[in-house]
Design a protein around this ligand. Structure first.
Ligand SMILES: [Zn+2]
Length: 195
């Protein structure tokens, strides 16, 4: 529908293969905990308004006076204008995502960081070759720090600037308790993740 780019804070399970046993009951839990609210419109069932406790789950840094949480009352929703939560359907394969501008992953063998992934055809091969030590390793084995990651189930906070919003330990613990796996996060400027 749209290829617009959005600034997103993306939460991923540390076990990249983690999936909810039942999507609906998982979403219900996230709603009961006050993380997500209701669907924003009936045409986008994977997009949610923020829940009642959202502001306790994320710290907003610096001067973010323009943070907006409501779609407003215009006839057409402007999806780039306010913060919402996007939870795409679970994938059957593990997907890798990284920010084109900021990602400088570290090699799993020698730990040197590189920008060379932009020069190599990594999407085709699924691997990145290290210019420092010449090892080739799957993209998901590299350390992407807070600029990328791999998962089958993503949770995206949409329309936040990098490091403007930071999940609290309380929230990350809550996610871990619900899912029995730790969660971490990264920032990306890219189109919304397709299901
Ligand atoms: Zn290396």
């Amino acid at each position: 529908m749209t290829n617009k780019s959005y600034r997103q804070l993306i939460l991923v399970p540390s076990q990249a293969q983690w999936q909810p046993d039942d999507r609906q009951s998982w979403l219900d839990q996230l709603r009961q905990q006050g993380f997500i609210g209701n669907n924003i419109d009936s045409a986008s069932l994977d997009r949610f308004s923020i829940g009642e406790h959202f502001l306790q789950f994320f710290s907003f840094m610096g001067c973010s006076p323009a943070v907006e949480f409501s779609p407003g009352d215009g006839a057409v929703i402007d999806w780039q204008r306010f913060i919402f939560i996007h939870i795409p359907a679970t994938r059957f394969d593990t997907r890798w995502l990284a920010d084109q501008q900021t990602a400088r992953p570290a090699c799993p063998v020698c730990n040197k960081r590189t920008r060379d992934w932009l020069e190599q055809d990594v999407s085709a091969t699924g691997e990145l070759r290290c210019p420092a030590c010449s090892a080739s390793a799957p993209l998901c084995d590299w350390n992407w720090y807070d600029s990328g990651g791999c998962a089958q189930q993503f949770v995206s906070i949409v329309n936040v600037y990098p490091r403007e919003a930071i999940p609290t330990d309380h929230f990350l613990n809550l996610m871990a308790n619900i899912t029995n796996t730790a969660w971490h996060y990264f920032y990306i400027d890219s189109p919304l993740i397709e299901s």
